[in-house]
Design a protein around this ligand. Structure first.
Ligand code: AMP
Length: 397
């Protein structure tokens, strides 16, 4: 069975074609700058053949048509007939309260995803465009939606409600939804496999540390709390997002600077976090480099980043009444060993011991705690696309 996984953004589309009989990626790639100048597609096959096509890609329909053409291409293609694609799995950001798991897309599902554009205005409309284009270009093929929020729908009200007047929850569904759910689900399940213990018996804290960053407490196979909220702005310090702040700061800065709510929103989402504190970059590699060269604000930015993760881990240990394993994933979690070392060292009081040599790993699945550590610590590269392909296969089988 062959499944195409699509992640459709505002001006980009990422794709992977899976052969699910062997669970391998036959080809993958991405399209960038859709509807902007200099748009291009980058494509790579499982044999390592690579190509880049620079061409005007005015919209998502042209982009998806082009990626299908490349999948069928004589030299760089991996299938000879479009009918070989059995189904398409779509990453969808917001599934609101309704979608507690992945679903086959029908008209009603499409309508609900559209309704949730309100909650995920930067993603859901583009996810929906991807779905609609695929329906047209691959008529009759099942389309499946896998939501970033679904994994978190098991949170209890005490974790998902904000202490605002209850009517805002009733009227507008203002609550903690959480994101990166497919990643947290993948790595926490994988963690249980690596521990050779039932997922349903473990308390796991999953740290997805990338440009966007979130953390989830997974107790007995269910998410019980997570750091992102109504939007992906809450929680950890991120590349350009501030994460948790006193909400009163918003009014204070707006008045002092004489700026609009839109400008303030942009400051919190695009100009804060590692970038805001360091003044250098949102990319942790640049910030680390500057910190090593003695830049004080870069050092401060990394300190804040790590400290926030430590605080959340502490909170989630308390929320779950213990922890069996901590997992690091995503760009920073998988690659920045210094960040992991600094975080785990601060948790030594829990009896967690890091194997410093094992921790020097980059982008590889590995246990990085010592055998006598009270809590196991793992690096597990995330694989949201595989999870989407698995869900898609399960639903159409
Ligand atoms: P993501 O959003 O998961 O793609 O993660 C992006 C973040 O991961 C950026 O801050 C990068 O600096 C960091 N990152 C990605 N790859 C590496 C690497 N090989 N070494 C160190 N940091 C990395």
């Amino acid at each position: 069975m062959k499944i195409l996984v699509i992640n459709s953004g505002s001006s980009s589309i990422k794709y992977q074609l899976f052969d699910m009989d062997k669970e391998i990626v036959m080809a993958k790639g991405g399209i960038q700058r859709i509807g902007i100048d200099n748009s291009f597609l980058k494509h790579e096959t499982y044999e390592g053949k690579e190509t880049r096509i620079d061409r005007d890609i005015p919209d998502h329909a042209a982009g998806i048509k082009l990626l299908i053409d490349v999948l069928l291409d004589e030299e760089y293609g991996v299938i000879s007939d479009i009918d070989e694609i059995d189904a398409v799995g779509h990453r969808v950001l917001h599934g609101g309260e309704k979608f507690t798991e992945s679903v086959i897309i029908n008209d009603e599902v499409e309508k609900t995803i559209e309704e949730y554009c309100d909650l995920g205005p930067l993603h859901n409309p583009h996810n929906l465009t991807g779905i609609r284009v695929c329906k047209k270009l691959l008529p009759g093929k099942p389309q499946v939606a896998v939501f970033d929020t679904s994994f978190h729908t098991t949170m209890p009200p005490k974790a998902y409600l904000y202490a605002l007047p209850y009517e805002y929850y009733e009227k507008y569904k203002v609550k903690r939804y959480g994101f990166h759910g497919t990643s947290h689900r993948y790595v926490s399940r994988r963690c249980a496999q690596l521990m050779n213990r039932p997922y349903e018996e473990l308390k796991i804290i999953s740290c997805h540390l990338g440009n966007g960053a979130s953390i989830a407490a997974v107790a007995n196979g269910k998410c019980v709390d997570t750091s992102m909220g109504l939007t992906p702005l809450e929680g950890l310090v991120m590349g350009t997002r501030c994460g948790d702040i006193d909400p009163a700061i918003i009014k204070f800065i707006m008045e002092k600077e004489g700026i609009s709510i839109e400008e303030m929103d942009k400051i919190m989402n695009k100009k804060s976090g590692l970038l805001g504190i360091s003044g250098i970059s949102n990319d942790s590699r640049d910030v680390s480099e500057a910190a090593k060269n003695g830049n004080k604000r870069a050092q401060l930015a990394l300190e804040l980043f790590d400290y926030r993760v430590v605080k959340y881990i502490g909170a989630y240990v308390a929320a779950m009444g213990g922890v069996d394993a901590i997992v690091f994933t995503a760009g920073i979690g998988e690659n920045q060993w210094e960040t992991r070392e600094n975080i785990i060292e601060q948790l030594g009081f829990l009896g967690i011991k890091l194997d410093k040599e094992a921790n020097k790993v980059r982008g590889e699945e590995k246990e990085i705690s010592t055998p006598d550590s009270t809590v196991k610590v793992f690096v597990i590269p995330t694989n949201e696309e595989l999870m989407i392909a698995r869900d898609t296969m399960a639903l159409i089988s």
